[in-house]
Design a protein around this ligand. Structure first.
Ligand code: ZN
Length: 219
């Protein structure tokens, strides 16, 4: 997902056919995923490297995505103290992964509207995908346009999972089964005056799910 200033990568799960391009990714990216997916990606070793280590050809284990580990980065920043502007360097830890919890709407700033100059936001709710440990789907809402899409990777849509899925507060407003009912759900509006934290609670009528993006070969 490409914004004016920020690029967000939605990482649904840690199977290799969904990790294409991550090893060449710029360090200045934001990868949104679950805690389990992050750990699986950072610990992933390619088969040839595992074999080479076992044979003693290489001295240490080689993680395929070690370039994505959190690292200390240098930032230039301008500070104002006692009326005087000073430029200074700061060292901060930069972690490209943004681990978010399941079922909780999280707002992300994605740039500025070129016309109004106002900040642009997207609210992302991560949902279980019932595929492999840590696997997820992402419900994306543009709070300004009240536009929502569902992005999925691989999912296993068995009956017990579907029964659980339709009880997810974030999805209920989009389901025909609840048509015409008022539903208590988590608020996906963004409070732009604060740090961007989404509020909780509120009663909403049914909403339209604009589109479902399937990035999957196994459903
Ligand atoms: Zn998969």
């Amino acid at each position: 997902m490409s914004g004016l200033d920020t690029q967000l990568y939605l990482l649904t799960h840690a199977h290799t056919d969904h990790l294409t391009g991550l090893d060449n990714a710029s360090t200045n990216i934001h990868i949104i995923c679950s805690e389990v997916t992050k750990r699986l990606v950072l610990n992933y070793e390619r088969e040839k490297d595992r074999i080479a280590f076992d044979k003693g050809t290489i001295e240490r284990r080689k993680q395929a995505y070690e370039g994505l580990n959190a690292r200390v980065a240098q930032f230039h920043q301008t500070t104002v103290s006692t009326g005087e502007k000073r430029k200074e360097d700061r060292l901060l830890t930069r972690d490209p992964f943004h681990v978010i919890p399941f079922d909780k709407p999280e707002p992300f700033e994605v740039g500025y509207d070129p016309v109004t100059g106002r900040k642009k936001w997207v609210v992302i709710t991560m949902l279980d995908a019932n595929h492999c440990p840590g696997s997820a789907m992402f419900l994306l809402t543009d709070p300004d346009k009240d536009l929502t899409v569902l992005h999925t990777g691989d999912t296993r849509l068995d009956r017990p999972f579907l029964d659980r899925l339709e009880r997810r507060p974030a999805l209920m407003p989009y389901l025909a089964r609840f048509m015409g009912m008022d539903i208590l759900q988590q608020d996906t509006r963004v409070d732009k005056k604060e740090s961007g934290a989404a509020g909780q609670g509120g009663t909403f009528k049914n909403k339209i799910l604009e589109r479902i993006y399937l990035d999957t070969s196994a459903v």
